[in-house]
Ligand binder design. Structure first.
Ligand code: TYD
Length: 236
């Protein structure tokens, strides 16, 4: 499958057209950004690591019955995926409090929640991805009420699957962000990626961070951290 026209050039990924109108190629770059783009660096090999990690996770989710955009891996940085229109929503689940939730509410860090918190933000750089609720999303026509219900239901299922998955590698799933898209036929699919860029993962015994917080907070080596996550996932 040849890469066609560049359709989208994002912070960490690019999307290219293919010769099929309903399929595109998603390419993983080496860039990392944080703090609303205030921090931006390149890490040689990051794209390959995230592509590998995300691929393993998407395969696991597919096996468990989650519908995703992934068709096949093409090489160590490129996936062939179904073309979808991405809902302009950052869909977030929190199992343990940290990050923007604590900054916004004053809630203490590290509280283990009795039930997961489901959150959505409106993807809009100009307005810094504001936190919104279901009524806002429906009023702004970002999704319908039915689509919101599907997204929430799928996301909570994905949370349970991911929690179990990471626990097997002695990692706690603290929180994560996912994105959904819609095909021409109206099918809602999990899209984008799931990697240490978009999840917070803490070691079960030590609470050591195995995710992009090492870059956000300059507390560790991003590549070594992501390699350690992959090594745990490959050790069985
Ligand atoms: P959150 O605590 O809302 O944001 P911040 O990183 O500013 O503290 O993040 C919750 C989870 O979602 C965390 O695992 C990081 C992930 N996330 C992204 O991957 N991209 C984003 O744009 C946002 C806002 C969060």
């Amino acid at each position: 499958m040849e890469k066609g026209q560049l359709l989208y050039d994002g912070k960490a990924k690019q999307v290219y057209a293919t010769d099929k109108p309903d399929e595109v190629i998603m390419h993983y770059k080496d860039d990392a950004t944080a703090g609303d783009g205030a921090k931006h660096e390149q890490f040689s090999g990051k794209g390959v690591l995230n592509h590998t990690i995300s691929g393993i996770i998407f395969d696991m989710l597919k096996e468990a019955g989650i519908k995703t955009h992934l068709i096949e891996k093409l090489n160590d940085r490129d996936d062939l995926v179904k073309k979808v229109k991405i809902f302009p929503l950052e869909v977030i689940v929190r199992n343990i409090t940290t990050g923007s939730f604590c900054r916004r509410t004053g809630c203490p860090e590290g509280l283990v929640l009795d039930e997961p918190i489901f959150e959505i933000s409106y993807k809009n750089d100009e307005y810094h991805d504001p936190l919104i609720n279901e009524d806002h999303a429906v009023a702004m026509k970002l999704c319908t009420r039915e689509e919101y219900a599907t997204i929430k239901q799928e996301t909570l299922k994905i949370n349970e699957l991911l929690k179990q998955f990471f626990l097997a590698f002695n990692l706690k799933l603290v929180d994560f962000k996912i994105e959904f898209g819609k095909t021409e036929d109206g099918e809602i699919l999990l899209a984008d990626e799931i990697s240490p860029d978009s999840c917070r993962l803490w070691d079960v015994d030590t609470n050591k961070k195995y995710d992009k917080d090492v870059f956000r907070q300059s507390t560790g080596d991003l590549i070594e951290t992501y390699k350690a996550v992959l090594a745990r996932m490959q050790k069985k």
